[in-house]
Ligand binder design. Structure first.
Ligand code: ZN
Length: 381
């Protein structure tokens, strides 16, 4: 087997200085939330990311500077682009957006031991100092001091991004760039599916957006016995069926689909609910379709608080309810890598478009129209 990482490092050789760091242009391209209004703005001469010691383009002792080659456009980025209530309250104007990417390390700090220049990497975008209770007890993904790439700090819609070495994930040579660029949302799907446990279980997935569709193929690969999917977009339901769903339903056609689930399970509803939409109706009907003693894993985020029959849906039902946030570090990442390398995941139909970086506006329009699902921006040229 050839070592592609070694080949990459050798190719990078002529451009490196004596200490292995790359010589870089002083500025870069970046997609910035420049104004307090809808849109994102392209900057051609943004200064390089600043390291923790405050020097532009120079990683702090335990940081890595990464040259981004591909970046995934997320629903979160769409919120920031459209400048909705959530985005206005959370996103600092002036920030470089984006949190899903693959790239190559070009510079590392002097204390970096886990990664090296020339390595192809992606990253966990949830950044924590690692010192709070959650981080120290195996739950770094819900650390209280968590800061998110492209949300709370400068992100990866740029030629370069700076990250702590602890957040960097070297990409296995068997994982294509396009897949590596979307390991962040795929990790959300894997985390949700794995936390519920779906092997030999009947699974209802409410919401066939990017992560819902990813959950379909992950649940299939993880051995779900039957997969039911609801969504209000015909095209997405069709795709869900193509990549592993046994039954798909449009809930606007009435609640008859809940009876269909009863008919195709031992009569009491589905074993597992994976809620991916955040839509109130999907949450309520999803719990109705869940069997007594079933498990619900909730990833979709409702736009605001709402009425929910806790007694009926959870207490009397004896349901187990799991809130899912981010990806477990690094259990989810290892599981995800194994799933990708198994060849069982059908992700090609979910990643519908690859566009040049400068065409980011088209990416958001494709998402808004529903013609595009997962869109990847190519920054390699
Ligand atoms: Zn994302």
């Amino acid at each position: 087997m050839t070592n592609s990482n070694a080949a990459t490092a050798a190719e990078a050789e002529p451009h490196t200085t004596t200490n292995g760091s790359a010589k870089l242009a002083p500025t870069m391209r970046a997609l910035v939330k420049s104004k307090d209004q809808p849109g994102l703005w392209f900057e051609g001469d943004r200064t390089l990311p600043t390291g923790s010691t405050g020097t532009v383009g120079v990683p702090g002792p335990t940081e890595a500077l990464i040259r981004v080659t591909m970046a995934g456009v997320c629903g979160t980025d769409r919120h920031i682009y459209e400048w909705d209530q959530w985005a206005k309250g959370r996103i600092p104007v002036g920030i470089i957006t984006g949190h899903e990417f693959v790239g190559e390390i070009v510079r590392v700090g002097e204390g970096v031991t886990r990664v090296r220049v020339g390595q192809r990497v992606t990253a966990e975008g949830h950044i924590t100092a690692g010192t709070d209770f959650s981080s120290r007890t195996g739950n770094a993904h819900i650390a209280r001091d968590m800061r998110i790439l492209g949300v709370d700090r400068n992100g990866c819609f740029a030629d370069y991004v700076m990250l702590p070495q602890d957040n960097v994930w070297p990409v296995h040579e068997g994982v294509p760039d396009k897949i590596a660029a979307v390991m962040d949302p795929l990790g959300n799907a894997v985390h949700t599916v794995m936390s519920a446990g779906v092997s030999a279980q009947s699974v209802l997935i409410t919401g066939a957006g990017i992560i819902g569709l990813m959950a379909v193929t992950v649940a299939k690969a993880a051995g779900a016995s039957k997969i039911f999917v609801t969504d209000i977009d015909e095209r997405r339901l069709k795709l869900a069926k193509k990549i592993g769903a046994d039954f798909v339903f449009d809930p606007r056609e009435g609640d008859g689909w809940i009876d269909t689930i009863d008919q195709h399970t031992p009569g009491d509803g589905c074993d597992v609910l994976l809620e991916m939409s955040g839509a109130v109706n999907a949450i309520n009907t999803g719990f109705r379709a869940l069997r007594h003693g079933g498990t619900a894993a909730l990833l979709g985020i409702p736009s605001k608080p709402f009425d929910f029959d806790l007694a009926k849906h959870i207490i009397f039902k004896g349901a187990t309810v799991l809130g899912v946030n981010g990806r477990r570090m690094w259990a989810t990442w290892y599981q995800m890598e194994e799933l990708i390398l198994s060849g069982k995941l059908q992700l090609d139909d979910i990643i519908t478009h690859t566009l040049p970086f400068e065409q980011f506006d088209d990416a958001f329009k494709l998402m808004q129209s529903g013609d595009g699902i997962k869109i990847v921006l190519d920054l390699s040229k």
